[in-house]
Design a protein around this ligand. Structure first.
Ligand SMILES: Cc1cc2nc3c(=O)[nH]c(=O)nc-3n(C[C@H](O)[C@H](O)[C@H](O)COP(=O)(O)O)c2cc1C
Length: 175
C-alpha cells in the first residue's frame, strides 16, 4: 500500500505538522496542488476555515474514492472543543461520500494570522482573546508528538485489521 501525506497550509502551521510526520514516519509529502493520484492511503492535513477543511483540501477530499485516510487539522479553536468535533464530522462526511475509510484524526491549535486577527469583526471577549493567545503558541513540540502518536495508533489498528495488505507499510513507518 502506497502512503502519502498531502497538506494544505496558508501560513505554515499545517505544513509544519505535515513535515514533522513526514520526517518521523519516512513518508513522502506533497502540497495539495501537487498531490499524486497513486496513493491509496493518505494522511491529509488542512487548516480550518469556517469550521471545516479549507477550500483547497475540501475540493481534493471530494475527488477521493475508496482511499484509507487519516486526517489532521490545525485551528484557532481548542482541539477538544465542540467546534473541533463538528469539524471532524464534516470531514468524515465528505470522505465517506467517496467511500473512503477514515482511520482516525488529530487536531491541534495553530496561530491565527495576525493580519486576519487585526481585521476580525468577532467580539474581543476575554475568552476569545485567551484562546487566540494560546493558539499563538501552536503547533508546538507536544502537538507534533501527539500527531505522530495518533497516526501510529491509527495505522497499527489498520494493520491489525488487514495484516496481509499493510505489513510492509508498518515496517516502513516504524523504521
Ligand atoms: C480566513 C480564516 C478562517 C479561519 N476559520 C477558522 C475556523 O472556522 N475555526 C478555527 O478554529 N480556526 C479558523 N482559522 C484559524 C486557522 O485555521 C489556523 O490559524 C490554522 O492553524 C492556520 O493554518 P496554516 O498556518 O496551515 O494556514 C481561520 C483562519 C483564517 C485565516
Amino acid at each position: 500500500m502506497h502512503t502519502c501525506i498531502v497538506y494544505s497550509s496558508r501560513t505554515g502551521n499545517t505544513r509544519a505538522v505535515g513535515n514533522y510526520l513526514a520526517g518521523r514516519l519516512g513518508l513522502p509529502i506533497f502540497s495539495v496542488e501537487n498531490a499524486p493520484a497513486d496513493c491509496d492511503r493518505l494522511i491529509l492535513g488542512f487548516w480550518t476555515w469556517r469550521g471545516g477543511p479549507d477550500a483547497a483540501m475540501r475540493a481534493f477530499m471530494e475527488t477521493l474514492r475508496q482511499k484509507s485516510v487519516f486526517f489532521f487539522g490545525t485551528m484557532a479553536a481548542f482541539p477538544d472543543s465542540d467546534h473541533a468535533a463538528r469539524c471532524a464530522l464534516r470531514v468524515e462526511s465528505i470522505l465517506e461520500s467517496g467511500d473512503c475509510r477514515v482511520l482516525g484524526h488529530f487536531f491541534c491549535q495553530g496561530k491565527l494570522d495576525p493580519r486576519v486577527q487585526a481585521k476580525s469583526t468577532h467580539p474581543r471577549t476575554p475568552e476569545r482573546m485567551a484562546r487566540l493567545a494560546e493558539a499563538a503558541r501552536h503547533p508546538n513540540a507536544q502537538d507534533f508528538s501527539l500527531a505522530e502518536e495518533a497516526v501510529r495508533r491509527a495505522f497499527s489498528l489498520d494493520i491489525s485489521r488487514e495484516p496481509e495488505k499493510t505489513a510492509s507499510v508498518f515496517w516502513k513507518i516504524s523504521a
